[in-house]
Design a protein around this ligand. Structure first.
Ligand SMILES: Nc1ncnc2c1ncn2[C@@H]1O[C@@H]2COP(=O)(O)O[C@H]2[C@H]1O
Length: 254
């Protein structure tokens, strides 16, 4: 399994892209502005999109992707997400007002887009890669993703702040090789981190103390301009972890 980081920033500007991770050639986890780094052939190869939550910085590429390649696809693009997330997309995005409902285009019988609810406790296996939603703690319904392969596991937290349930889920994955986890704000911005339910360095450091597994640790969703300060505070708060900032363009192989 090859995970390519198309975007992993908490914002945009000076080449930064928001969250979009590509699994091999055919699956995306989230569809933020990182999707715009793909060429047309690569866009056409995407058959599945797994969404962690409905926030725009994780979904705005989806309607554009469908409009760009929908007519060339032989099968519908399938969006996998929590039922609550799909309900938000139905009501607020693919509603004929903000964007056409591609679940009915060109016809409801043969559409370009299909929604596939995936709830907690369920798993989806696509060509030997298993995707499982994990509980997290964000301002809107959201999940992390456990990506399991025969070579080991990777977890992507999506957007989250402290969650006992997430820690328990991580500790139950003995073959966890990589953990990609949110730390969006520096410690001085604890108020906005709490209001928007993201980690800040001190909260992540506390969370790490409860981990009984020892994955490689990658920090994602750093807010633009604050990346170095957040990483410096994290390294000071969690000196026993060799944590690194996840980088756009990076490839993680399992
Ligand atoms: N009170 C708030 N609640 C949620 N998000 C907020 C708030 N104030 C500012 N924000 C910003 O809005 C952003 C929405 O997307 P993010 O969760 O990536 O990060 C959030 C914050 O940067």
């Amino acid at each position: 399994m090859k995970l390519t980081i198309l975007g992993c920033s908490g914002g945009i500007g000076s080449g930064r892209h928001t969250t979009c991770l590509k699994v091999d050639d055919d699956v995306l986890i989230d569809a933020g502005t990182g999707i715009t780094t793909l060429d047309f052939e690569q866009l056409l190869a995407i058959d599945h999109v797994f969404l962690t939550h409905a926030h725009l910085d994780h979904t705005l590429g989806l309607p554009l992707l469908l409009d760009s390649v929908g007519d060339l696809r032989a099968t519908p693009l399938t969006v996998h997400a929590l039922p609550e997330v799909l309900a938000v997309l139905s009501t607020h995005l693919f509603n004929w007002h903000l964007w056409p409902d591609f679940r009915e285009i060109p016809s409801a019988e043969s559409p370009w887009l299909r929604f596939a609810p995936l709830d907690f406790g369920e798993a989806l296996t696509l060509k030997g890669r298993t995707f499982r939603p994990l509980p997290v703690n964000h301002v809107v319904p959201a999940c992390g993703v456990h990506l399991a392969t025969t070579a080991g596991s990777l977890v992507f937290s999506g957007d989250t702040t402290h969650s006992d349930a997430f820690v328990a889920a991580l500790n139950a994955i003995p073959d966890l090789c990589h953990l990609i986890i949110d730390t969006s704000f520096e410690n001085a911005l604890v108020d906005i981190a709490q209001a928007s339910k993201h980690h800040w360095p001190d909260s992540l450091a506390a969370e790490l103390q409860a981990l009984s597994v020892r994955p490689e640790l990658w920090i994602t969703h750093l807010k633009p301009g604050n990346e170095a300060a957040i990483m410096n505070e994290l390294r000071a708060a969690a000196p026993n972890w060799g944590l690194e900032a996840l980088m756009q363009g990076q490839v993680i192989e399992l």
